[in-house]
Ligand binder design. Structure first.
Ligand code: SF4
Length: 261
């Protein structure tokens, strides 16, 4: 018997099986299309709203995405249920920005919870309080992006201010939702000790205890070529954990449980 709300569909561009870096255990990560931000370093440029036309024009379903119902997503995800049960895993919603399709995300989370799946989401937190507060009702873990503590620098490199993002992060913590902060470490943006110190102090003050650092990589470069859109991080060297020990130390010295992912 179907009980999911299948009247709505979500635009999904990938369901990645056997994810081990998107929450505890072995997980299936569902990548939502659409993102209101435009981060310079984005490795999923097809998800940015401003590149939507280029993604459609590419003719590649992996870039353009495809409409799925809640049941269709969960049928795919539940194929690996035995792995989730053995490893303590589950489903993770990612993107793009999952809050961009908040009605579908809420329906998917509600049904996933009803089926006994552990539900995590990776999010920028960039949405109104009303949307965000509904979204976290059925969340077991938030992997919450922290890109920069400074609102002007944040806007310069991502296209939006961080005010509402920080408000939503505070609200999730007040509501006792487990939150792990995830920081993309980006050259020319936040890969410096001043930015690390600012973010570490802010996160500690907010009550965050765990931080994941994600060193800059170039995995998305080819997609920019496919889409025919300019890539402003072309030629920038990738970062590696072994060269970022002093950066990590800034977070550890604040008493945060920080590690590279
Ligand atoms: S929030 Fe993520 S998906 Fe959106 S533009 Fe930034 S890096 Fe890309």
């Amino acid at each position: 018997m179907q009980t999911a709300d299948n009247a709505i569909t979500g635009l999904i561009f990938n369901i990645q099986k056997f994810s081990i870096n998107d929450g505890p255990g072995i997980r299936s990560t569902v990548f939502f299309a659409g993102c209101p931000l435009s981060c310079l370093w984005c490795s999923n440029p097809e998800s940015q709203n401003k590149n939507r036309q280029a993604a459609l024009a590419s003719g590649d379903p992996r870039l353009a995405g495809k409409a799925w119902t809640v049941d269709e997503v969960l049928t795919e995800v539940e194929k690996d249920r035995c792995f989730y049960e053995e490893s303590g895993g589950g489903i993770t919603l990612s993107g793009g920005e999952v809050l961009q399709q908040h009605s579908f995300a809420a329906a998917l989370l509600k049904e996933a919870r009803r089926r006994g799946l552990h539900c995590a989401a990776e999010t920028t937190g960039y949405a109104s309080h009303e949307i965000f507060s509904e979204f976290i009702q059925n969340i077991d873990l938030l992997l919450f992006d922290m890109k920069h503590y400074d609102r002007e620098i944040h806007r310069e490199k991502t296209g939006v201010y961080n005010d509402i993002i920080l408000e939503n992060m505070r609200y999730a913590l007040e509501q006792k939702v487990p939150v792990i902060a995830r920081i993309p470490v980006i050259p020319g943006f936040n890969a410096n000790k001043k930015a690390a110190a600012g973010m570490a102090a802010l996160l500690k003050d907010m009550g965050i205890t765990e931080v994941h650092l994600l060193p800059f990589h170039q995995f998305g470069e080819k997609k920019y070529e496919q889409l025919g859109v300019p890539y402003r991080m072309a030629g920038v060297k990738q970062l590696h954990p072994e060269n970022l020990q002093s950066y990590l130390d800034v977070f550890l010295k604040e008493g945060l449980d920080a590690s590279f992912k």
